[in-house]
Ligand binder design. Structure first.
Ligand code: GAL
Length: 618
């Protein structure tokens, strides 16, 4: 299954920040790690200032001792390059490498991620520290993996960023005239007559140009990836057999196109911090990660022992750490890792919890961590077969970015919300879904959902046509196929690129404040459209009799936001599933997140909060 050598078994551990503690604590750490079954820790994620206390002067002594200690305790090391947090001396020596916000404020060190990824001094310093680490630890028996940087996603609007953006735009568009055309600069007198006039989307008087904003996000994804690749090249050169990864983070602010990045990492790793509905959000994140990994195993690199719910941060409920970890593993993670090993006693994240909480190992949290560590080795066999999924949801981060454009007809509809709803409905009814790129071969899926696939190329539209022509069931929701790659509307009626496939022509968008009831009883909220049938039949109609949900052959169009039950009915789903269940070959993972006993395959009864991994041949 292409899982890197050296990471056999399920990985268990977390971010380990020994530099926050006196050395006498380290011995206890390793002893407790052994008790807890920890076999992998991420070290040095934020250690730059300790590793390179002055430019070009290194202090590796402490890290040598940490790695030796861990190795002696049988714990493998996922060694980080510390580039997510340059030291204060660096910022003072290279003030031009400090990030500038869209409104022109140059940030100051004192937090983390305060750099401009395009600043030459930062790029050089990043490669230098990565090289120094690789030279030092090549061949160290504890070194199992490289963890480059942390949660890539930070942007900048400074002059370095402007210059790099222009270079990227030249490569993308070829000529200034092509850029003017792609960005529709004829609107509001934005025509550029020299490259130097083109800027990152800095603060403007009124709405910025949406195509410029979209290209800047794409540029950031590529530029951050270039930073990753530079480090990876050095690590490969010096440690060719050690896998290299970075931890992907969730959030609609993240300018990272995971499809492109996934090709560059030796294994996909994610950090996941659910907030409102942890089981559903966990399944969503895990299925996405598996999608990015192309169905191969991936790794949950960080989760917390606390849940962040709006204004509150509270310890996960008894059993919850285990259940959510199992859910990730069921869906393809080769283990469960945490932020962080030992809860910090100072610093900005002193309340974020740890596998060893402030109260120490004599605690409910640590006991659960220990029990989970004891459980994991037994699961390895069940993780061999691939996760089985009959449905796919199309994921396109660029559509998400484009739908964040200011000046949109409704601020209440959003890409992530549409994707999450599709996943949630399948999840609640026990259907495991993959996530796929719109260009992927979809022929193996019984059902494909395209939620708000706003930007759609002609090739990807053809791919959907091929899928439907091959007998696949395709469900497309509103705001799909609307724009080309430059966020320009495809004229002649929405949903542009998909009109013929869906057999509809939409004349107007009609966002609504109050719900309406469709003639099949479904509740429609937020968004409606004036739909004309052009080859399709109506499955449900708005109160004024115009079509709301349509079908042509096996292709369904949903022009509004349906309530979850109506969505499930439309998809033909069975009753709600009381237990999360994932099949992998003969093995079925079952997790009961609810408060009632439930029967599961294999004639088993799962108590409230219980779980089972059972061999249940079909
Ligand atoms: C993650 C991050 C960690 C830590 C954690 C706190 O997003 O990678 O360094 O900040 O959040 O929950």
């Amino acid at each position: 299954m292409n899982w890197p050598k050296g990471l056999e078994g399920l990985c268990y551990g977390g971010d380990y920040n020994p530099e926050q503690w006196p050395e006498k604590v380290w011995e206890e750490d390793v002893a407790l790690m052994r008790q807890a079954g920890v076999n992998l820790v991420s070290v040095g994620v934020f250690s730059w200032a300790r590793l390179e206390p002055a430019e070009g002067a290194y202090d590796f002594g402490w890290l040598d001792r940490v790695l030796d200690l861990l190795h002696g305790g049988g714990v493998r090391v996922n060694l980080a390059t510390p580039t997510a947090s340059p030291p204060p001396w660096f910022s003072l020596a290279h003030p031009d490498a400090l990030a500038v916000t869209a409104d022109g404020v140059r940030l100051t060190h004192g937090s983390r991620d305060t750099y401009c990824v395009t600043a030459p001094a930062y790029r050089e310093a990043s490669v230098r520290i990565a090289r120094a680490l690789a030279e030092r630890y090549a061949g160290h028996p504890a070194l199992a993996m490289w963890h480059v940087h942390n949660e890539y996603g930070t942007g900048c609007h400074c002059d370095h960023a402007a210059a790099a953006f222009r270079a990227w735009l030249r490569a993308r568009h070829g000529s200034l005239e092509a850029l003017n055309d792609a960005w529709t600069t004829s609107f509001w007198s934005q025509h550029y007559s020299a490259w130097e006039q083109v800027m990152p989307p800095r603060a403007t008087q009124y709405l910025p140009n949406p195509a410029q904003v979209l290209d800047f996000r794409r540029f950031l994804s590529d530029e951050l990836l270039a930073h990753f690749r530079e480090q990876k090249a050095v690590l490969r050169e010096l440690t060719p057999d050690v896998p290299v990864t970075t931890n992907f983070v969730f959030g609609d602010w993240v300018p990272v196109n995971q499809w492109d990045w996934a090709k560059e990492v030796d294994l996909v790793a994610i950090d996941h911090y659910p907030a409102q509905n942890p089981p559903e959000e966990t399944a969503f994140a895990a299925d996405l990660a598996r999608g990015w990994a192309g169905g191969r195993p991936w790794l949950l690199m960080e989760q917390a022992v606390v849940t962040y719910t709006g204004p509150r941060m509270a310890a996960k409920r008894p059993g919850e750490i285990t259940r959510l970890s199992l859910s990730h593993i069921a869906r393809g993670s080769r283990g469960a890792m945490f932020f962080q090993w030992r809860a910090s006693r100072g610093g900005a994240e002193l309340w974020h919890g740890g596998m060893v909480p402030h109260s120490g190992p004599d605690s409910r949290i640590f006991r659960e961590i220990r029990d989970l560590g004891a459980l994991l080795p037994a699961l390895a066999e069940a993780c061999e077969a691939p996760v089985e999924a009959s449905a796919a949801i199309l994921w396109d981060p660029e559509s998400g970015w484009a739908l964040q454009s200011p000046g949109f007809p409704s601020t209440e509809v959003g890409y992530l919300e549409a994707v999450r709803q599709a996943h949630r409905v399948l999840y609640r009814h026990g259907v495991t879904a993959d996530f796929a790129r719109p260009s992927a071969d979809l022929s193996a899926y019984e059902l494909v959902i395209a939620p708000s696939l706003y930007l759609l190329s002609d090739d990807d539209a053809d791919n959907l046509r091929r899928y439907a022509a091959g007998g696949g069931r395709l469900v497309v929701s509103f705001l799909s196929g609307i724009a080309d790659g430059h966020a320009r509307v495809r004229t002649g009626g929405y949903p542009g690129a998909l009109r013929d496939l869906l057999g509809v022509r939409v004349e107007e968008f009609l966002p609504i404040a109050d719900p309406v009831t469709l003639d099949d009883g479904a509740t429609a909220t937020l968004w409606t459209e004036h739909v004309h049938l052009a080859g399709a039949e109506a499955l449900a109609r708005y109160p004024d009799g115009t079509p709301a949900v349509t079908r042509r052959g096996r292709a369904v169009y949903v022009s509004t936001r349906l309530d979850d039950d109506a969505y499930a009915r439309l998809l033909g789903l069975g009753p709600a599933a009381p237990v999360e269940s994932v099949r992998r070959g003969d093995w079925v993972f079952s997790v009961n997140h609810g408060d009632r006993e439930q029967a599961i395959p294999g004639n088993l009864l799962l108590p409230p909060g219980g779980y089972a991994v059972a061999r249940v041949p079909r």
